[in-house]
Structure formats: C-alpha cells, structure tokens
Design a protein around this ligand. Structure first.
Ligand code: GLA
Length: 377
C-alpha cells in the first residue's frame, strides 16, 4: 500500500472522516557532492520515491496533535512553543521558523517510507511535509525554495543540527527522472536527467549513526578553519593549485579537507555534464572517485560503508558506488545497469554478508518530484 493510502486509511480510522489534506515530501539520495553544501559548493542530489506523508485536518485551537507510524503520539501548543526532545522538535521548529503566531492548529497522522537515520534525509522529509501542511492550511502560496530555507532553519536553529541546505532543498524541489545540480552559494538549480538505462540502488549497510552530529559539526569546523588557513571566505573559492601549494603552517587535516571539497566541486559539475551527455560510464567513474575522496580526504566513511561499496563494485552491472549523505553509517548508493539489477542485488548482499556481521537492505529507487499536495477537498 502506498504511504498516501496508508496515511489516509489511518486518518479515517482515527478521526472517523476523510482527511481534508494529504501532503507528501520525499527523502533523497545524494549522487555526488558530499559535504560541499556548507562550503557554498555544488551538490547533485535526487529526491526519491520514499516519502513522508501527512494526512491532516485543521483544528479551531492552536494545538498540533499528531500520531506517527514510527513514533509515539505527540502534541504541542503553537501559542507556547518550547524546546524539548524527540521527533516533535522537527514540527515545532518548522512552526517556529514559519512564524507560529500566524499558524492554525491541526491534527493528523504521519506515515513515512524513508528509513530513519539512514542518510536518506528522513528529517528533511518530515520538515518539508510539515511546512507544506501549514502552508496548505493557511492557503499560503507554496514557494519550494523558501520552504526549504525555513525547514533548514528549523533544523539548524531549533533542533540544533548544523546541517547544510541540500536535504530540505531537494525534498522541496525534486524533479521526476532527474537529479538536480544545486549551486549552494545562490541556490540556483539545474536539472540533470538520470540516464534511462541505469537504476540508482540504495545500499543500506544496516548500521546507524552514533555521534554523527558531533562528527559532522567537527567537519564543518575543520572546513571553516581550512578556509581561514588558505585565506578564502569559503572553500568554494579555492582552486586545486592552491591546495597543492598550501601556505606554510597549515595543518595536514586542513589540506585534506580542502582537497576533498575542491575536487568534489569539480567532480560534481563534471557529473552533471555527464548526465546531460547521457554518459553513465563517466558519471559512474566520478561517483566512485568521490567515495575514495570522502573516505581518505574527508574521513566520513565507515568500515561498513566501505565494505558495501566494495561489494557493490565487484557485482555484475555496477557502474559506480559511493556513500551518500553525511556518512559514518547508513546508506551508500550504486549506479547499476538496468538489465543486471536482480543479480547485482543478490551478489552485493551475499558479498557484504560475507564481509561483515551486518544485515544489508538493498532497493532500487526512482527520481521523484518534490513535496506536493496529494489531495485536498
Ligand atoms: C547531511 C546534511 C547535508 C549535507 C550532507 C553531506 O545530509 O544534512 O546538509 O551536508 O550531510 O553532503
């Protein structure tokens, strides 16, 4: 059953009437462009057909009351928002960043098919779906870029995770059959068609992040320090010859972080060009190079991610594999020839099981459009 139908059915069961509003916002994979977003660089994510659905109806008071298929029920008052802990913080954060004073209460159910904490942006999908629920209830015009910026503000300034803009932006702005090249300096977007004879396969290592936030924030700090060391406002402004001839006294870590970001920006632009040229082999080679740089220069991979990437690369039909998202655990992706999908999945799972004690989960995904209203009456 689709998550839309499931949410609508749960709503009916719980409230005894049809949900007047159903919205969805997708998770994402990042094909290439790892950790470049907060360095004002280029990213190439695609929204996927795993999504978070909210079925809701307005209330006459200022209470938001929600049941979820993944979490305990939650309830808060828009008139007295207070920081707390738990998944409701994402909803509260969005309400706060949209201006809670002008928002009405609502009640509803949330169903998500985005695996949690797996680097597929389950939190961005929840934030953007929440923003769209509020926008629909108030009849506000939906500006996806503005909604992404507000959702990102919720995550950074309310929830307290210093992530970049990529996840919210692609969840709001995704395009069917396309990845989107985003310039994170000015948020301009250029669609890049996914080649028709390949599939993107999500490779879930079965590991989940621990201490990710502190590792992630540490990388952000290291990039800021590297930019200072090289005398640029942001690593976006650096060129490879400068990385090859670093100023005296700059740390080895700073040089490696800078090498990753500068190389990754070049690879990401080249990958978008390869997609436009319909050249999956070139795209694949760039994505595999990205994994090596994320592993060695940026040090955000993990033994499980490296193992599943290696297992994928040794399996039939594989054009590329790389970790995706923040790293440290969770998912990698592979670009696989359409005709080889079944044997690719079987082979990769077998190899990975032989290499680690974790249980993998592999599934193909399609590039999906961004957040949308599914039904309103
Ligand atoms: C997480 C963050 C993004 C981005 C990626 C790494 O998904 O939320 O902003 O930095 O990691 O590319």
């Amino acid at each position: 059953m689709s998550p839309e139908l499931e949410a609508a059915a749960l709503f009916l069961e719980r409230f005894g009437s049809k949900a007047p509003i159903v919205v969805q916002a997708p998770g994402r994979v990042s094909l290439i462009g790892g950790h470049t977003d907060y360095n004002e660089g280029f990213v190439l994510p695609m929204a996927i057909d795993r999504r978070t659905v909210i079925a809701a109806r307005p209330r006459t008071d200022r209470i938001v009351a929600v049941s979820s298929s993944d979490f305990p029920d939650t309830r808060f008052d828009l008139g007295s928002l207070e920081r707390g802990t738990g998944w409701a913080e994402y909803l509260k954060g969005v309400a706060w960043s949209m201006g809670a004073d002008s928002l009405p209460g609502w009640e509803g159910v949330i169903v998500s098919t985005v695996p949690l904490g797996a680097s597929l942006s389950s939190s961005a999908a929840l934030e953007v779906a929440t923003a769209l629920t509020f926008a629909t209830l108030t009849g506000q015009e939906w500006d996806p870029v503005e909604a992404a910026v507000m959702s990102s503000r919720a995550e950074v300034d309310w929830v307290g995770v210093s992530s970049g803009i990529m996840d919210q932006l692609i969840s709001a702005c995704g395009l069917a059959d396309h990845a989107v090249l985003i310039d994170c300096r000015d948020l301009t977007q250029t669609p890049a068609p996914v080649p028709s004879d390949v599939s993107v396969v999500v490779l879930d290592t079965g590991t989940r992040r621990q201490l990710t936030e502190s590792n992630y924030n540490q990388r952000r700090d290291e990039c800021a320090e590297a930019a200072r060391g090289f005398g640029v406002a942001s690593l976006r402004d650096l060129e490879m010859p400068e990385v090859d001839n670093p100023p005296h006294g700059i740390s080895d870590v700073a040089i490696r972080r800078a090498r990753h970001i500068v190389g990754e920006n070049q690879r990401t632009l080249a990958a978008a060009a390869a997609m436009h040229a319909g050249d999956p082999a070139r795209l694949g080679s760039l994505i595999s190079q990205a994994h090596i740089s994320l592993r060695d220069n940026f040090e955000v991979s993990s033994p499980a991610l490296d193992a599943i990437v290696e297992a994928a690369q040794a399996s039939p039909g594989c054009l590329a594999a790389s970790m995706t998202g923040a790293g440290f655990a969770g998912c990698a992706i592979a670009i696989v020839e359409e005709t080889a999908i079944d044997s690719f999945i079987r082979n990769t799972e077998e190899r990975y099981r032989a290499m680690t004690e974790h249980t993998p989960s592999l599934f193909t995904c399609r590039a999906a459009s961004g957040a949308s209203v599914v039904t309103t009456r």
